[in-house]
Design a protein. Structure first.
Length: 527
C-alpha cells in the first residue's frame, strides 16, 4: 500500500531527477596528473575542494533513516533531538584542528592504516575487519533495508526488487567514477534536499497560519532542548556526557565520513569542509526537524509518528514538488549505498588485499579488485537486507547497539593515538579487543533488558562510563608497557602543522569562532 499517492507528473519528475543524478555520477570524469588508479577510485586523487568535502559528508549524514526518523521524533518530542546536531560542531572542530592535519600530513588513506602505522599489525587487523563489518552490515545493509521499504511503498514493487534496483543504480556510477562521482552526486543531492525541505517548511508554516499560530498550537516543552535528568528518553546529562563518545567515533574515525576529508586537496580545504558540515548541522533542526512539529499541528492524530515525513509531504507540497521530494529521498538512498560500498571496497582493497593477499599488487591491480569488490559487496548487502526484512525489528535494535557500544574503545584508541605519543601498541590492542567485547556484551544486555528492565543506565550514559574506564585503562597499560618503538612514532600534531606548513589560518579560526558564538545563541534561545 502506497503512503503517498503519486500521479504521472510526479513519476516523470522522479524519473528525470534520478536520471540526472546518474548522469552526473556516470559521466563524471576528471583528469588527474600522475594519477594513481587506486587513489582516483577511492580518494578522487586527493583533489576535493572544501565545498565538495562538506556537502558530500552532509549528504551522507542526511540519510533516508534520518529524514523519516527525525521527522517522526519531532512529531512526538519536539526540538530535544536537535542536541544530536548542535553538539556535533565541537567534534567537527576536533576533526578540523586535530585529526585532519594528522591524517593528511601522515598520508593516511584509511582508518585501519592509521592504526597500522601508529600501533602495529594486530590493531590494524582488528580495525580492518571491524570497519568492513560495520560498513557492510550496519551501514549498507540497513540503508538498503530502509530504502527497500520506502521505494516499495512508493512504487508498489516487492521489497527485494526495490532493494536490488537501489543497489544496481548505486553500483553503476560508483564503479565508473569512484569517490569523485559519489562526491559530485552528493553535492547535487544536498542542494536539492535542502531546497525542497525549505519549501516544504514555508508552505507548512503558511498553512498553519504563521509563526504566532505555530507557537500557540505547540506544547511549550517542545521548544526546549534540555529535558529533566529523570526523563527516560532524553535526560540532559546523558546526552551531554554521552554524545562526545559517539561524536569522536562518528566524526573523527568512521571511514565513510572521514574518507572525504582524506580526499581533500590539502589540509586547509579539508578543514574548511569540516566547518561547512558544522554550519549545516547547526541549521539542520530548522530544516529537517521542524516539519515534524508542523505535521503535529496539521495532522495531530497519526497512529505511527514515522509516517509524519510522508504525511506532511503529501499534505502540503503541490504536484511536482511531491515528485521532487520523493526523488530526493530515493537519491539519498543511492548516495548512502554508494558511499558505503566505496568505503568497504577501500578498506578491503588497500588494507586486506594489498597488504595481506597480494603485497606486490600494482595500483591498477588494486583498482580492478576494488571495482569487483563493490559489485560483490553490493550483492551480499542486498541478501542481508532481505534477511533483515524477514527478521523483525530485533536486528535493527541490535545494529544500533553495535554502533553505540563499540564507539568507546575506538574513540579512546584514536584520541590517545593522536594526542599522546606514550600510548603503546599493547594498550591499544587490549583496549580494542577486550574493550570491544565488554562494550558489545553490555550493549546486547542493554537492548535485551537483561537481567531486568531499567537495570542499566541510559545508553548514552553507559557510553560515557565505558569511555572513561577505557581511557584510564589504556593510560595505565601504556605506562606499564615499554615506550612505542620509533617506527610507530607518527608526526605529532605540532609536527604535522610544521611539516605541512598548515598554520592556524586566521580565516579558519575566525570561521569557527563565529560558529561558536552562533551555537551559544542557539542553546540560549532553546534552553
Amino acid at each position: 500500500m502506497n503512503l503517498i499517492p503519486i500521479n504521472g507528473i510526479d513519476i516523470t519528475i522522479i524519473s528525470v531527477y534520478i536520471a540526472a543524478l546518474l548522469a552526473i555520477g556516470f559521466f563524471y570524469k576528471k583528469k588527474h596528473t600522475n594519477a594513481n588508479p587506486a587513489e582516483v577510485l577511492f580518494l578522487s586523487g586527493r583533489s576535493l575542494k572544501w565545498y565538495q568535502v562538506g556537502f558530500s559528508i552532509f549528504s551522507t549524514n542526511v540519510s533516508p533513516m534520518y529524514l523519516v526518523g527525525y521527522c517522526g521524533i519531532a512529531y512526538t518530542t519536539g526540538m530535544v533531538t536537535a542536541n544530536f546536531d548542535w553538539l556535533a560542531w565541537g567534534f567537527l572542530m576536533l576533526l578540523c584542528f586535530v585529526f585532519i592535519p594528522h591524517y593528511l600530513t601522515n598520508k593516511i588513506s584509511t582508518m585501519p592504516e592509521f592504526l597500522l602505522r601508529r600501533y602495529g599489525k594486530l590493531s590494524h587487523a582488528f580495525m580492518s575487519y571491524y570497519t568492513m563489518f560495520s560498513t557492510l552490515i550496519v551501514w549498507v545493509s540497513f540503508v538498503l533495508f530502509t530504502g527497500g521499504i520506502v521505494v516499495a511503498q512508493i512504487t508498489g514493487v516487492s521489497f527485494w526488487v526495490a532493494a536490488l534496483i537501489i543497489a544496481l543504480l548505486a553500483i553503476s556510477y560508483t564503479v565508473k567514477g569512484g569517490l569523485g562521482a559519489i562526491v559530485r552526486t552528493g553535492l547535487f543531492q544536498s542542494v536539492i534536499v535542502i531546497g525542497v525541505t525549505i519549501i516544504l517548511g514555508i508552505l507548512a508554516l503558511i498553512k498553519i497560519g504563521g509563526i504566532s499560530e505555530l507557537y500557540a498550537k505547540t506544547p511549550k516543552e517542545f521548544w526546549s532542548i534540555f529535558r529533566p535528568s529523570t526523563d527516560k528518553e532524553y535526560p540532559w546529562h546523558a546526552i551531554i556526557l554521552g554524545y562526545p563518545v559517539i561524536g569522536i567515533w562518528y566524526w573523527c574515525t568512521d571511514q565513510t565520513i572521514v574518507q572525504r576529508t582524506l580526499a581533500a586537496k590539502n589540509i586547509a580545504e579539508g578543514q574548511k569542509g569540516a566547518w561547512l558540515v558544522a554550519l549545516l548541522k547547526a541549521l539542520m533542526p530548522f530544516i529537517f526537524l521542524m516539519p515534524g512539529i508542523y505535521c503535529l499541528i496539521l495532522y495531530p492524530h497519526l497512529q505511527n509518528p514515522d509516517h509524519a515525513y510522508v504525511t506532511i509531504i503529501s499534505g502540503v507540497l503541490p504536484v511536482g514538488l511531491i515528485g521532487l521530494a520523493l526523488g530526493a529521498l530515493i537519491a539519498a538512498l543511492m548516495n548512502d549505498v554508494a558511499m558505503g560500498l566505496n568505503a568497504f571496497s577501500t578498506v578491503f582493497s588497500m588494507d586486506v588485499y594489498a597488504r595481506k593477499i597480494n603485497p606486490n599488487a600494482t595500483p591498477e591491480d588494486i583498482s580492478r579488485v576494488g571495482k569487483w569488490v563493490i559489485v560483490i559487496s553490493a550483492a551480499i548487502a542486498v541478501l542481508l537486507a532481505i534477511l533483515i526484512s524477514r527478521s523483525g525489528k530485533g536486528l535493527f535494535n541490535l545494529s544500533q547497539a553495535v554502533g553505540v557500544f563499540l564507539a568507546p574503545p575506538l574513540s579512546a584508541v584514536f584520541l590517545l593515538g593522536v594526542l599522546w605519543k606514550r600510548a603503546t601498541a599493547r594498550a591499544a590492542e587490549l583496549t580494542l579487543f577486550i574493550g570491544s567485547a565488554v562494550c558489545l556484551g553490555i550493549g546486547i544486555c542493554h537492548v535485551t533488558d537483561y537481567p531486568q528492565k531499567d537495570f542499566w543506565p541510559h545508553y548514552m550514559l553507559m557510553a560515557f562510563y565505558m569511555m572513561v574506564a577505557l581511557v584510564l585503562f589504556m593510560i595505565i597499560v601504556s605506562l606499564l608497557t615499554p615506550r612505542p618503538p620509533k617506527q610507530f612514532e607518527l608526526a605529532t600534531l605540532k609536527e604535522s602543522y610544521n611539516q605541512s606548513n598548515a598554520r592556524f589560518s586566521f580565516l579558519i579560526v575566525g570561521m569557527w569562532l563565529l560558529l561558536a558564538v552562533g551555537m551559544f545563541i542557539l542553546y540560549y534561545l532553546f534552553r
